[in-house]
Design a protein around this ligand. Structure first.
Ligand SMILES: [Mg+2]
Length: 457
């Protein structure tokens, strides 16, 4: 039956416009009486490929301060007995789960339909199983998730914190290619007021800007006036985690004290406590497929908006689109971060119109990977997270200057920021990477800053 079916699909591909293929082929297959038995979903092979992507120049000079390791992805290709292959992706050093050798061994010989809801398999392997099952059954991934709620879904452009000029440039770029939302970090080592002053000059009021403070405003008493000041720009739309999420009363005060919506990562505090105390307006939802659906359904029942946060290249972004199609309350723009890269690994980019992307309707993820680009980017998987020595200079008007060194931990600047080592959102702050020129002077400053924590120089 499968060879016949494959010939049939080849015929379909040759004779049908891509846009209408999926629905047409599904109906036609049913009309033909084609049926798939369990054995077609048996996993027969798993291959993994590590690639090192490159950032576009603007994200590069900013990501290289704190997140040089987001370049590394692992692509998982799963082949089923049907002959169909599915692919998934893991951002190796920023993911909810890296597929292990044991997970790969475990799925071989198993039924992909039974396995695909197991979040413990890790991001790329789970994604590849969904893709392979969808391609074998001739249905898009969103149809495996449940009834379709949306045919188009919102996406946000993402960047780490940048200079005001870089932020304005990125907002303009995002707007010009159809995005209507930009998400970034609010950090005390940049001037958040200046960042917004410059960004709002290049986009209309309908373009939205969201800031994730990751606790750095520390408390409602000091944070609220800053949030209220920034909120004077009509573009400012969502603040994420302005102060520690455990501070229910402080977050409730912030939520009541500004019209800008407040987002918190789902789970802490408990979602029922969030509903009871109104300490935020909506959630950030990420993780494995089962978890995302569970959290998305909670949001459905409680009418809480959320954004999907599934991070990687265009492959992960495509997976995210399907959840956006299946979950009614996924109405805040998704954070997928594939805009960071020079090439997002897709043969055809995800197109946005008015901030929305189409939920793919062809089988599986509904995208094709650019295999030539993947081959060009292929590397040996690093034994551990690459950790180049980095020195970051932060300056303020009046010659105050600080140096921060990477210290082996991912959030070395965030931790110092939350300890208020850079002061508290002082105006005029600017930060940049001090290039390692191989000099004794650079090494001396780096060693000193690393040993002592951020230093004043
Ligand atoms: Mg966040």
């Amino acid at each position: 039956m499968i060879p016949h079916r494959r010939r049939f699909l080849q015929h379909a591909l040759a004779t049908t416009a891509v846009a209408g293929l999926s629905a047409w082929s599904r109906q036609s297959l049913r009309a033909e009486g084609s049926a798939l038995s369990d054995k077609h979903f048996e996993v027969v092979d798993v291959k993994r490929t590590t690639a090192r992507l490159e950032y576009r120049p603007t994200p590069r000079r900013n990501m290289d301060r704190e997140l040089p390791h987001w370049r590394y992805v692992e692509i998982c290709d799963v082949t089923l007995r049907s002959g169909r292959q599915g692919s998934g992706e893991t951002l190796l050093y920023y993911t909810w789960g890296v597929p292990s050798e044991a997970s790969v061994r475990r799925v071989i010989g198993g039924n992909a339909v039974d396995l695909m809801w197991d979040d413990s398999l890790g991001a790329g392997l789970q994604m590849a199983l969904f893709d392979a099952v969808g391609r074998t059954a001739g249905v898009p991934v969103h149809a495996l998730l449940g009834p379709q709620a949306h045919s188009r879904t919102p996406l946000s452009w993402w960047n780490i914190d940048t200079s005001a000029a870089d932020m304005a440039e990125e907002c303009r770029r995002a707007y010009n290619i159809g995005y209507r939302s930009y998400k970034t970090k609010g950090r005390p080592w940049f001037d958040v007021f200046e960042q917004l002053r410059q960004a709002v000059q290049v986009v209309p009021e309908s373009f939205k800007i969201d800031m994730d403070f990751n606790d750095t405003l520390r408390d409602a008493e000091r944070g609220l006036p800053i949030l209220q000041e920034l909120a004077k720009h009509p573009q400012v739309d969502i603040y994420e985690t302005p102060i520690p999420q455990v501070d229910l009363a402080g977050n409730a005060r912030i939520t009541a004290g500004t019209d800008v919506q407040i987002a918190m990562h789902y789970g802490n505090p408990g979602p029922l406590d969030v509903i009871r105390t109104r300490c935020c307006d909506g959630f950030v939802v990420g993780g494995g497929a089962a978890r995302v659906m569970r959290e998305g359904q909670f949001c459905d029942e409680t009418n809480m908006p959320f954004w999907l946060q599934l991070v990687g290249s265009g492959i992960t972004a495509a997976f995210s689109l399907h959840f956006g199609g299946a979950l009614r309350q996924a109405v805040w723009p998704a954070v997928n971060c594939h805009q960071l890269f020079e090439h997002d690994l897709l043969a055809q980019p995800i197109l946005l119109r008015n901030g929305l992307a189409a939920v793919p309707d062809s089988p599986g993820l509904g995208i094709e990977i650019d295999r030539d680009e993947l081959a060009r980017r292929k590397v040996v998987r690093p034994a551990r997270r690459p950790e180049p020595a980095r020195l970051i200079e932060t300056t303020w008007p009046g010659r105050r200057r600080m140096l921060t060194a990477s210290n082996g931990k991912v959030n070395f600047m965030l931790q110092a920021g939350n300890e208020e080592r850079y002061g508290y959102y002082l105006p005029g702050a600017e930060s940049r990477l001090v290039e390692n020129d191989g000099s004794d002077r650079w090494r001396r400053l780096y060693d000193q800053a690393r040993t002592q924590g951020p230093i004043e120089v």
